[in-house]
Every structure is written in C-alpha cells, then in structure tokens.
Design a protein around this ligand. Structure first.
Ligand code: ATP
Length: 435
C-alpha cells in the first residue's frame, strides 16, 4: 500500500464523490491553461495510510488565484478568499472547502521569521515542507491523474514509521516544526528518525525565535489530537514543553486527568480550554499570568486559567462533608464552567469531587419557579427587594426546603412581614444582609 505509484483508486475510494469530481474538473481547467495541478500535503500521506482526511490542499504551477476564480465560476454560490501575499486562495461551497496555492519556494531572512515566498517548481515546493511524509504530491491533470510524486522518500518513511525532516536547517528555519513533528510522531505511532531527533535536540533554542502566538497555535493543535497527553509527555521528555513554561509538566497525573476529561465530556472531545486549564493547573498565580501573556491567550481562555487557579485556592471550603447544597452553590456559581470542571477533574478528594459533581450535574441548573412577574403580583417591590426574595427562594430550592411553585408562594407570603417590610433583609440562615 505505501509503495503505490498511482493513487487514483484510493482517491476515488477514500474521498467523497463531490471532491473527486471537483479535482477532476480542476485538473481539466488547469491543463487547458497549461498549468500543472497537484494534491499535496497531509491528504496524500493519509491516502497512503488509509486514514480519513478531507482537508484538500491543491498546488498549481502558475497563478493559483486565477485558477480558483475560474473554478469558482463553475460552482453555484462558491465563496473565494484569496491571499495575494501568499499566492493562495480558499474556495468554499456547501459543506466543502479546498485550499489552492501556487507552487512555491520559501526562504527565511532569519530563524523563525515568516518566509519570503517565490513561485517555483513542484520539486522546490515539496522541498520547503516539514517532513518527508508530508512532502509528496499526486498529479491531478488528465493523463497523469493519480500519479505519485515522491522525491524525498516519503513512502519509505511511511512504511518504516519515521518522521524525517528534509534538510539539516529545517528546525532552524521554522522551529514550529518541532511541535509538528511531535504531533505526527504521537498521532501515527511513528518515531522521530535518529538524525531528525538529534537535530531537534540541537535546535531546541530555536523555539525562542517563534512568537508566542505561533507557539499557542501549535499547542492548541497538539491539544486537538485524539490523545494530546502523548504529545505533551513527549514534549516534556524532549524538553520542548519547558520552553513554553518551565512549570508545565507532562506526567502521569496529566495523562490520567486528560483521560478523565474525555470520559466526562463524551461523546464530544474536551475543549482545548479545559485541557489547557489542566495543563496549567499546578502553576502559581504569577506563573499562570506569565503563561497567559506569553501565549497571548484569548480572553475567555485566560479567564478560565485564572479562575481555575482562584478556585484551586478555595477548594478546602468544599472539603467539609456536611455542606448544604446552597453553600456549595454559593462557593461555585461565580466561576465559569471550564474552571469548575477543571477543578472537579483535578481534585483527588472524594468529598470535594462529590460536591463539585453535585453542582455541575444539578445545582447550577436549579431555579425558583416563581418569576419576577409572579413576585410582583405577590407584592414584592422590583429592585433590591425582589433580588433578595429570589435569592432566598433559590436557597430554599437548593436545600430542598421547598419543592413546588405552591410551596414557593406560601414561603413568600410567610416572609411578607419578616423580610419584605424590613429595611434589613435577614437571610434564611440568620446572616444579616444590608440593603
Ligand atoms: P494535519 O493532518 O495535522 O492537518 P497536514 O499535513 O494537513 O496535517 P497542515 O498544517 O494542514 O498539515 O499543512 C499542510 C501541509 O503544508 C503539510 O502537510 C506540510 O506539507 C506543509 N506545512 C505545513 N506547515 C508547515 C511548516 N511549518 N513547515 C513546512 N511545511 C509545512
């Protein structure tokens, strides 16, 4: 299978008919304009491996944007997003999306810089790629349809299960390839080829040349893998992870928690945000702040990491065995769901876990049956008084002191004298609350 010279059958078997039809049409149009057209990158690797992959990357000699316009004209309601700087275009229609790029070479002004892009031959285009298994192409023009171009031993490496860079300076040019390599290695159960591994270790300092934004992107891709803990563990062992933050660990604890996160969120995979919160769980507040600003985490993710740390510091309050549900609610309801979930997974205390579990599965959804409008009819003044009555009703609901709408009405009637007319609202447990 790995040594096939022609992938026509695999294309027709593994890809949806609509995409095959699109590629055939694209091949015809390209050929009529004197262009060559290729399927490139990960999808070629996955066709050979028999793995599902619908991310089509096409490379064309000459102008990709013009070809994309021509093709867009043949598809009703197609949307085209060109990028003139990189000679690329994304073509989308219905549920489909295809990337087209001009075959190109890339040169790097300095390590880690974005590349200078020049249009070039398919040979050069394949040589600028990260690993041999990602540096193969398949011909798409009629007459050569399905023929494999494998100039750098990609099929041999697929067969041997090796991740191999194409030249000595690959990680220096672009150290994000270090993270990419670990991802493919762990996803495919391959091994970094010995020389690639040696160069990866040599070039670890090059990770410093990469912006936090790009490292975050790589880390997020790692966390979207089926078993991200494998990538994180390997990154920790190879000292790649400490380059993100020296306090991060890829140990057995993390692997166990990631697995528990998957069980808790099945059938969907856990969010990247939840994985991130677990990865950063043992960092101090100060370290978390540094990680957030280095990776330039988006606001919602940053908030989750911060809240997760704050809640971690408050967890002891949830360890008391006989806590009233209203108290559990009070301790947790102001934190976002991912931060609460991270702490649920992270704690090893059965009591704390039970309490957070109760909050997640039940308490957070509890609401009084009476609405503001109902309360107004019962004589409650809108504003702080109404807020206070609703809070009392919620507490009573949470603690099972009331279980029906009728019961709530009776409760409110009963409070009329004691609470609603008083300038000071007394809460049910006797704590005084000033208006
Ligand atoms: P995945 O299955 O993870 O999506 P992919 O191989 O499709 O993998 P993309 O990130 O979509 O990966 O990139 C498409 C192709 O572009 C890769 O297969 C590789 O040939 C090339 N490529 C992507 N990023 C780099 C990089 N940093 N350096 C060199 N080549 C790259």
């Amino acid at each position: 299978m790995y040594q096939l010279n022609n992938l026509a059958r695999q294309i027709e078997k593994q890809l949806p008919a609509r995409l095959v039809e699109f590629m055939q049409e694209a091949g015809l149009v390209a050929a009529a304009q004197g262009q060559n057209l290729y399927l490139v990158g990960g999808v070629v690797r996955d066709l050979l491996l028999g793995r599902a992959n619908l991310d089509l990357d096409l490379a064309v000699t000459g102008n990709a944007i013009n070809l994309a316009w021509r093709l867009a004209g043949t598809i009703p309601a197609a949307k085209l997003t060109p990028n003139r700087h990189f000679f690329t275009a994304k073509l989308s229609w219905e549920n489909w999306s295809v990337d087209l790029a001009t075959t190109r070479s890339e040169t790097y002004a300095r390590p880690g810089a974005l590349p200078r892009v020049l249009s070039a031959s398919i040979e050069e285009d394949l040589f600028r790629r990260d690993f041999t298994i990602n540096a193969m192409a398949v011909e798409l023009i009629p007459g050569r349809w399905g023929e494999v171009i494998d100039l750098y031993g990609g099929r041999d490496d697929l067969e041997k299960g090796l991740i191999r860079i194409l030249h000595e300076d690959s990680f220096i040019d672009d150290a994000t390839r270090i993270w990419r390599g670990l991802r493919y290695e762990q996803r495919l159960d391959f091994k970094l080829e010995p020389k690639t591994l040696r160069l990866l270790k040599r070039d670890l300092p090059m990770l410093e040349t990469i912006s936090g934004d790009r490292i975050r992107h790589e880390l997020e891709l790692a966390l979207k893998e089926e078993l991200p803990e494998k990538v994180i563990r390997r990154a920790a062992n190879l000292k790649v992870l400490p380059e993100v933050h020296p306090g991060l660990k890829g140990d057995d604890w993390l692997a166990r928690k990631f697995e528990e996160a998957r069980q808790a969120s099945a059938p969907n995979p856990p969010s990247v945000e939840l994985y991130l919160a677990l990865l950063a769980y043992w960092l101090t507040e100060d370290q978390t702040g540094k990680l957030i600003s280095y990776l330039r985490l988006r606001k919602s993710h940053a908030r989750t990491l911060e809240e997760s740390g704050l809640l971690k510091a408050e967890l002891k309050a949830l360890a008391e065995p006989a806590l009233a549900p209203s108290r559990i609610y009070l301790l947790l309801h102001e934190y976002g769901l991912p931060a609460v979930t991270a702490n649920y997974l992270a704690t090893d205390s059965p009591t704390i876990k039970k309490h957070i579990g109760l909050f997640l599965t039940k308490l957070r959804n509890v609401k009084p049956s009476l609405t503001g409008r109902d309360l107004a009819k019962l004589g409650t003044a809108p504003g702080p008084q109404m807020k206070e009555v609703l809070r009392h009703l919620l507490e009573a609901r949470l603690d099972g002191k009331v279980t029906s709408k009728k019961g709530e009405v009776e409760m409110v009637e009963g409070w009329k004298d004691s609470i609603m007319k008083s300038p000071i609202f007394l809460s049910l447990d006797g704590r005084g609350i000033k208006r």
